[in-house]
Design a protein around this ligand. Structure first.
Ligand code: MN
Length: 199
């Protein structure tokens, strides 16, 4: 278990929340991602890439864009357990991450920096270097995305940028036009009202 993951666990009381406590079964050879819309103290989108046995995570206040001209701030947050990847529901008030969580997009990805030769980079090495390039195959988002670290420290800041490829589209704006859950079709309000444990 990574240090970050143990910190995550220590912050949560699993007797009070319905979230999974451990890592779910991994599917060999396939890497998954999720973007969870999170109505916490401020609304944001949690972008999580599965690698190294955890979900490496960023909070993206404006969400990911399909427009290569839009650089979106992404603040690296705690690694999460893999089992969190399909969590949708309500985290009770007073818990870490309190608020309503929606599975806004999900799918698989591949590492665009994994290639033949000495320039090849694993996801772990890319994270260390502060440059990640992935190809997403989601329900809403597709194509290449680059994550570039701009500031280190305790809560590193990154930019997430759509790469200029055939899936780029400056006009789509899915954060605004496709607001519903890909898991349940619900909006945030319906999740908040229907999940047990909500106030
Ligand atoms: Mn969050």
């Amino acid at each position: 278990m990574t240090e970050k993951l143990s910190r995550y666990r220590s912050k949560r009381d699993f007797s009070r929340t319905s979230e999974p406590a451990g890592n779910g079964p991994g599917r060999a050879g396939r890497r998954r991602f999720v973007i969870q819309k999170h109505d916490a103290s401020s609304l944001h989108y949690d972008f999580r890439l599965e690698f190294g046995g955890v979900l490496v995570s960023w909070a993206v206040p404006k969400g990911l864009s399909t427009d290569p001209a839009q650089k979106r701030l992404a603040i690296q947050t705690e690694d999460h357990p893999r089992g969190y990847i399909d969590f949708e529901g309500v985290i009770p008030a007073g818990e870490y991450g309190a608020g309503t969580v929606m599975v806004w997009d999900s799918g698989t990805y591949r590492n665009l920096r994994a290639r033949r030769g000495p320039d090849s980079r694993s996801m772990e090495r890319s994270l260390d270097e502060g440059l990640i390039e992935v190809w997403l195959e989601g329900r809403k988002l597709r194509g290449g995305y680059a994550l570039v670290r701009t500031r280190g420290g305790d809560r590193p800041q990154w930019l997430v940028i759509k790469m200029d490829d055939e899936a780029a589209d400056a006009r789509r704006n899915p954060v605004n036009t496709e607001p519903l859950s890909v898991k349940s079709g619900r909006d945030l309000r319906a999740i908040a009202e229907q999940e047990p444990g909500s106030d």
